[in-house]
Design a binder for this molecule. Structure first.
Ligand code: HEM
Length: 410
């Protein structure tokens, strides 16, 4: 018996929002709109990922994130995605830890994303963005995901880690496989994913040894290795934290960079607004991250019996925070499905989460997006999609595998 939930929602009414097609076909907004309206804290007793609660409103998600002891992120409870952590690849990372372990590790990496660190990065990000945009073929079809979004974000991460430049695209391959939920449903893909992630563990293991002996250097990898909080980690734990930065640092920003092209195509009036007023670029970045919401969800596990929005939640229940839904919540965002660079409260989005785990790289992501938009405007570059984007069929990474475009100058 599941208290209020069972009483008001028999199993036949359950809505499972985890189907890959919902995301691959871009149909998720309508399903979440229905949930927000009819049953915003919704129990699904059966799914590929087992039973879970869907939390779909902005206010309820903020409530859960503000109580990290009651709603744990810990990998020991199953981690931060709806997919229970793969027991074959245990890579504990601090996003999937509670206090106090989380605090010490977060403190180690956060200086790399401070305002002064970002000021140091800013000129190099602009130079890389300019070089890349100027190298694009005018009037010839190419894939924006590969040539622009993936390349810029892997260059960024390689710089942050002082990662061997010629191998930088490995970072994108690892991020793709780490976040790939199709592997959960296919044994063949699962084995392939394991093999590829093992390559990552081996590669970073070698870098770890090298940097450990080399002494402290300014790159983030070296700072982690020589820190109090991380110097004694087991290799698996160290790799887990690197994987967190690899996924966090590439996948999410990359999907926002492609989201920009998709959003401007769907809502073209925004381009004229940006051309007329460069002061809107800062807000355009927030609006882009809201509208795209590159990570659809984070998951928590209840540590005690409690209640969310009048529904009884039991200790051990899986609670899924659907940021994609919160960011389309009509109670907060007027005409929420629209992309609108003048939206007055775009910054209230939850795409970076909220509370003690709020994205540590948020400012770096925003800076990269800001510079990309500004440099596109500076060049009067018009990016035209040649067909609909190929979306990632996943309830976790909300983005694009491919977006063929051609560019011209206005
Ligand atoms: C955490 C989203 C870019 C590194 C998170 C969380 C979300 C998120 C939703 C979890 C928040 C929570 O549980 O409350 C995004 C989005 C990005 C982005 C949408 C781009 C648009 C980045 C970048 C980096 C990064 C560029 C680093 C290079 C991290 C790390 C955490 C994190 C290390 C764990 C923080 C913690 O547990 O304390 N991010 N992220 N992210 N992100 Fe990002």
């Amino acid at each position: 018996m599941r208290g209020l939930a069972a009483a008001s929602h028999p199993e036949s009414d359950a809505i499972d929002v985890t189907a890959n097609d919902l995301y691959g076909e871009g149909r998720w907004p309508e399903v979440f709109a229905r949930l927000r309206r009819d049953d915003p804290v919704h129990y699904c007793p059966e799914s590929f990922y087992g039973p879970y609660w869907s939390i779909t409103r902005h206010a309820d998600i903020s409530h859960v994130e503000a109580l990290p002891q009651l709603f744990s992120s810990s990998w020991t409870h199953g981690g931060i995605t709806i997919l229970h952590d793969d027991p074959d690849i245990q890579l504990p990372m601090f996003i999937a830890m509670d206090r106090p372990e989380h605090t010490a590790m977060r403190r180690t990496v956060s200086p790399a994303f401070s305002p002064s660190a970002l000021t140091d990065h800013s000129a190099a990000i602009r130079a890389r963005t300019i070089a890349l945009l100027d190298s694009l073929p005018v009037g010839e079809p190419f894939d924006w995901v590969d040539r622009v979004s993936t390349e810029l974000t892997t260059q960024m991460l390689a710089t942050l880690f002082d990662f061997p430049w010629e191998d930088r695209r490995l970072l994108a391959t690892w991020a793709n496989w780490a976040g790939d939920f199709r592997a959960a449903v296919s044994p063949a893909l699962r084995r392939k994913r394991q093999r590829i992630l093992q390559q990552m563990v081996d590669y970073f293991g070698r870098l770890w040894e090298e940097r450990r002996h080399a002494g402290l250097a300014p790159d983030l990898l070296s700072r982690m290795i020589h820190s109090d909080a991380m110097s004694n980690l087991r290799p698996q734990e160290f790799c887990g934290n690197l994987m967190l930065l690899v996924i966090g640092g590439t996948d999410t920003t990359r999907n926002s960079m492609t989201g920009l092209v998709v959003a401007l195509e769907a809502f073209p009036e925004n381009r004229a607004l940006l051309d007329a007023d460069r002061g809107l670029v800062v807000n355009a970045v927030s609006e882009l991250v809201r509208w795209q919401t590159p990570l659809s969800h984070m998951r928590r596990t209840a540590t005690e019996d409690t209640e969310i929005g009048g529904k009884a939640i039991r200790a051990g229940d899986k609670v899924v925070l659907w940021y994609n839904s919160a960011n389309r919540d009509e109670a907060v965002f007027t005409d929420a499905d629209r992309f609108d660079v003048t939206r007055p409260n775009a910054r209230r989005h939850l795409a970076f989460g909220f509370g003690i785990h709020r994205c540590v790289g948020a400012r770096l992501a925003e800076l990269q997006l800001y510079i990309l938009i500004e440099e596109i405007l500076n060049r009067q570059m018009v990016v035209t999609p040649l067909h609909a984007p190929m979306r990632i069929p996943s309830p976790f990474a909300n983005g694009y595998r491919k977006q063929m475009v051609s560019i011209s100058r206005s």
